[in-house]
Design a protein around this ligand. Structure first.
Ligand SMILES: NC(=O)c1ccc[n+]([C@@H]2O[C@H](COP(=O)([O-])OP(=O)(O)OC[C@H]3O[C@@H](n4cnc5c(N)ncnc54)[C@H](O)[C@@H]3O)[C@@H](O)[C@H]2O)c1
Length: 413
């Protein structure tokens, strides 16, 4: 294959991928699909401003886009609808990179894994928070063995989306961001820890804080912040916290092993404590700014993370073994997402522990083949679990009208 022919589905977040892809010499963006014309127009402008020489085809109709000749697709459509589209593209012979999140329910997790196994196509999950220079250094440190065996880890993704809620939900009552539970958007906090350590979840207990008035008045009744206590397959505990909370920092990660610990201090810096085996308290502390994996990535969004997802996806399709080892594969993608999917059941049951299966094992899949439990009614059917677990009052239409007004007039939430 000379250059990978790529289509992008969803032009909001998809435009970030487009910006990366149009300067990547190993691929061509050949098609973009979004049913909302103004979003498609912004994508057109992005390509024009870059003087992109390829004749991109623009589609508002998904089926026409699906039938267009392309080798691979980036899914940046609605976050709760990724798995069925991924499966359809994989089974039509295309490689897939999926934006966050992986799946909405366990049934989709099983079907997605089997679609990748049966087709042999590349599936890459765009968990961009894995690749910043500090987190990459944490991965290298853990895998070198100097931290010993993981005992405890923390992953935080504290993103107060209230100000941008109008521009990301458009005042739609049934937008996935309004329907999702607090547990759902969990891979920015959990993903980097699993990616660093190679461990997987075996149990989750989830908690959420009350739905706050400001979020209720923007259109969601879900708990505002979620905390998941996740047991990993070596017995370590991972504390994951995520979402809409006021904070002076956006994200933070920490690993603590039997021989030392390290922490992402923000601004690209890392703090490390290392102790020789058998020398309790006799270690040394250091702080430094590690080098990025690729210097060029530094100029891109999310601390450089937005560069690597598309870069490694394209290289993987072209057969690069290093890239293939660095993408987030389908098993890892499902494992990063699963504590959120099953965490909803934990909270709904009164913060009960829920087992996380190892879906790498075929024998463990059957129990989840018909598990559609989630907070998205059209996916869950009769296994629907509301995201309004605290019995907040129904949100009146006037709220959504106001949010739509704010969106159309460029106002903050
Ligand atoms: N990794 C990150 O840092 C990050 C940041 C922002 C968003 N995201 C992810 O990107 C995805 C998109 O998010 P977004 O912020 O752009 O908002 P969004 O989910 O509202 O946008 C989805 C876009 O897809 C289009 N679309 C959906 N279904 C379609 C269909 N059947 N046919 C044609 N067009 C369709 C919509 O018109 C819309 O423009 C989500 O999965 C989100 O989780 C990731």
């Amino acid at each position: 294959m000379a250059k990978v022919r790529i289509g992008v589905f969803g032009g909001g977040r998809g435009r970030t991928a487009i910006k990366q892809l149009i300067s990547n010499p190993d691929c061509e963006v050949v098609a973009i699909c979004d049913m909302y014309e103004p979003t498609l127009e912004k994508c057109r402008q992005t390509a024009q401003e870059a003087n992109y020489p390829v004749d991109i085809k623009y589609f508002t109709d998904f089926e026409e886009f699906f039938n267009f000749d392309m080798d691979a697709v980036i899914l940046a459509n609605y976050a709760h609808q990724h798995a069925p589209y991924a499966i359809r593209f994989l089974r039509s012979g295309r490689h897939v990179m999926s934006e966050c999140l992986t799946m909405s329910c366990m049934k989709e997790a099983v079907e997605l894994i089997e679609a990748v196994e049966e087709t042999g196509k590349i599936y890459s999950y765009a968990e961009n928070y894995c690749y910043t220079k500090a987190r990459w250094e944490m991965r290298k440190l853990y895998r070198s063995g100097v931290l010993g065996e993981l005992q405890y880890a923390e992953g935080e993704y504290l993103h107060d989306c209230a100000p941008i809620w109008p521009s990301i939900t458009y005042g739609q009552r049934d937008h996935w961001r309004n329907l999702m539970p607090s547990t759902f958007y969990c891979t920015h906090s959990i993903g980097p820890i699993l990616y660093m350590t190679g461990l997987r979840p075996v149990q989750v207990v989830a908690f959420e804080t009350p739905n706050t008035d400001n979020m209720h008045n923007l259109g969601t009744n879900s708990g505002t912040l979620c905390m998941e206590a996740i047991t990993l397959n070596n017995g370590a505990i991972l504390k994951s916290t995520h979402f809409n909370i006021k904070s002076n920092r956006h994200s933070s990660y920490q690993l603590n092993g039997t021989l030392g610990g390290c922490q992402d201090l923000g601004n690209g810096r890392i703090g490390v404590y290392l102790e020789p085996a058998g020398k309790n308290g006799d270690g040394f502390k250091t702080e430094y700014t590690p080098d990025p994996i690729i210097a060029e990535a530094e100029a891109t969004g999310h601390g450089g993370g937005d560069y690597y997802t598309t870069y490694y996806f394209v290289k993987s399709i072209l057969g690069d073994k290093v890239a293939k080892a660095r993408i987030v594969n389908v098993y890892q993608a499902v494992e990063m997402c699963m504590p959120g999917t099953l965490g909803l059941k934990s909270i709904a049951g009164g913060n009960i522990p829920i087992k996380c299966p190892n879906l790498r094992n075929k024998e463990e899949r059957d129990a989840y083949r018909n598990d559609t439990a989630c907070s998205f009614p059209e996916i869950a059917g009769d296994q629907y679990i509301t995201n309004n677990l605290q019995g907040r009052p129904e949100i009146p239409d006037s709220v959504f009208e106001e949010v739509e007004y704010k969106w159309k007039n460029g106002l903050k939430g």
